[in-house]
Design a protein around this ligand. Structure first.
Ligand SMILES: Nc1ncnc2c1ncn2[C@@H]1O[C@H](COP(=O)(O)OP(=O)(O)O)[C@@H](O)[C@H]1O
Ligand SMILES: [Mg+2]
Length: 462
């Protein structure tokens, strides 16, 4: 389908717009249900925004501050070295320098004499502190050094060879040279967005609930189930839709009620007359003419019943959980009475929510069609979590595939059937399909393994 429409777009010369493509991409890749969709719509911007913010903070703030701190530490060290070299060397002076460095600058300095630098420490793979500090020590101190930022957690160990045999060892908190509170900032950011998301999710749930309730009410009503009028809740638009649904449902129910009442009246009146007519006929002495009239009266009664059934539909019947196997066996018995070979295959217990009378009529129509056209009939019923399927197979002539839709139209009878001297109104399948659709299902015709027609009643039960 998609490729055909793509081709058409190209033939028409109108390339699909970027917006259209984007929309189609979203339609294809978003989850189907409304709730996860809305969640994605809310969560994606939050995550995106937070990631961009985090990136900028890492890139700018963290980087810059670490750079500045490292630079100032390197400068302070350079300053101390200048002072050390300018004044005459004496233990008192050294002590004074160390005191200055530790009390005022908080550098953790010790002056070690008669030692050399240790072999280079292993470098961390990615450490801003290590990179920046190395850079500024190289640039500002200009002496051989040894740096270790991972040996002791939270501390940095920097040793500088001031003169051969004289080492300045700086063992200080990493905070001196490193913007370390970014973690807390990130934690705040992630924490606050989690709280935000939680609020959004709860709020969204409450907004979407009325929509889901409306959807399931409409679905149950479409399947002919009993739907209690429900209170419109949620956003204004949802309330309008719910109210419209309630009104529509009431109107349909009223309509069905009126029609059923009218039909009951008409059929009662006509039947009364017909019965009277048949009684009067019975009073005549038997003769071929009277017999013919009686046959006609019988046929008229059958037709009247068919028409009534067709207009009545399911008669506004409510779905209730019914014993399908009882219905199936009673219909099967009818066919057996007409002298057909009957076999029934179904679980002993089969309960499903259907409109019992309408369902029975639907099955009766299929089975009586089979009985009319064939000698042996097989009915099987099965049910899983979602669907109830009742299959009627026969060994008759079947219906050619191209006619299988047509026969469902009211008053359509296939020609050879019309030629046969059999009564029928062409309403049987129309009524049956109407009933199946009134349950939210359908009837499908196909080829039977018995050689004739297979009719399948397929009704959703979940
Ligand atoms: N089991 C069947 N085998 C063969 N043809 C069938 C079968 N069921 C229905 N048909 C054909 O479909 C037509 C329509 O069926 P239906 O609506 O029940 O009308 P009717 O039975 O009153 O003729 C029938 O006239 C018949 O030609
Ligand atoms: Mg029929």
């Amino acid at each position: 389908m998609a490729s055909v429409s793509d081709r058409n777009d190209q033939v028409a010369g109108s390339r699909p717009s970027l917006y259209w493509r984007f929309n189609r991409f979203l339609e294809r890749h978003l989850p189907e249900r409304l709730y996860p969709r809305s969640l994605i719509i809310i969560i994606t911007p939050i995550v995106l925004l937070q990631s961009i913010m985090a990136f900028i903070i890492m890139e700018r703030y963290w980087d810059q501050v670490t750079k500045q701190l490292s630079k100032s530490v390197a400068r302070e060290i350079a300053f101390l070295i200048e002072v050390y070299e300018y004044y005459p060397k004496s233990p008192a002076n050294n002590q004074q320098l160390v005191r200055l460095a530790n009390d005022t600058l908080d550098l953790g300095l010790t002056i070690i004499e008669g030692q050399t630098l240790p072999p280079p420490a292993s470098k961390p793979l990615f450490s801003l502190l290590d990179q920046q500090l190395s850079k500024y020590v190289t640039r500002l101190v200009e002496r051989p050094y040894w740096l270790d930022t991972i040996g002791q957690t939270g501390y940095l160990d920097l040793r500088i060879e001031v003169q051969p045999g004289v080492i300045f060892r700086i063992l200080t908190n990493q905070k001196r040279a490193y913007a370390s509170n970014t973690h807390i900032f990130l934690l705040w950011m992630v924490g606050s967005s989690l709280v935000l998301m939680f609020v959004a999710v709860v709020f969204l749930r409450n907004q979407i609930k009325p929509i889901m309730q409306l959807a399931s009410a409409a679905q149950s009503f479409g399947m002919g189930r009993d739907v209690p009028a429900f209170q419109p809740k949620g956003a204004a638009e949802v309330q309008i839709a719910a109210k419209a649904f309630n009104d529509m449902r009431e109107r349909i129910e009223r309509h069905v009620e009126q029609r059923t009442a009218m039909l009951a009246g008409v059929s009662h009146d006509l039947r009364t007359i017909l019965t009277r007519f048949k009684l009067e006929l019975a009073c005549f002495p038997p003769s071929p003419q009277v017999e013919e009239l009686q046959r006609d009266a019988d046929e008229m009664q059958r037709m009247l019943e068919d028409y009534m059934a067709f207009v009545r539909g399911d008669g506004g019947e409510r779905s209730i959980v019914s014993d399908i196997s009882t219905i199936v066996s009673s219909v099967a018995r009818l066919a057996e009475k007409r002298g057909r070979d009957m076999s029934v295959e179904m679980p002993e217990e089969l309960w499903a929510a259907v409109k019992p009378n309408a369902f029975k009529r639907c099955l009766t129509n299929l089975v009586s069609n089979a009985a009319k056209h064939s000698q042996s009939i097989q009915i099987s019923a099965e049910m899983d979590e979602w669907r109830l399927r009742v299959i009627v197979d026969d060994n008759g002539p079947g219906i050619p595939p191209e006619k299988r839709e047509e026969v469902f139209r009211p008053f359509v009878r296939l020609d050879d059937a019309r030629n046969q001297d059999q009564s029928g109104t062409g309403l049987g399948l129309a009524i049956a399909r109407d009933i199946a659709r009134g349950h939210g299902g359908d009837i499908v015709l196909g080829d039977s393994p018995l050689g004739g027609l297979r009719a399948v009643i397929d009704i959703p039960v979940s």
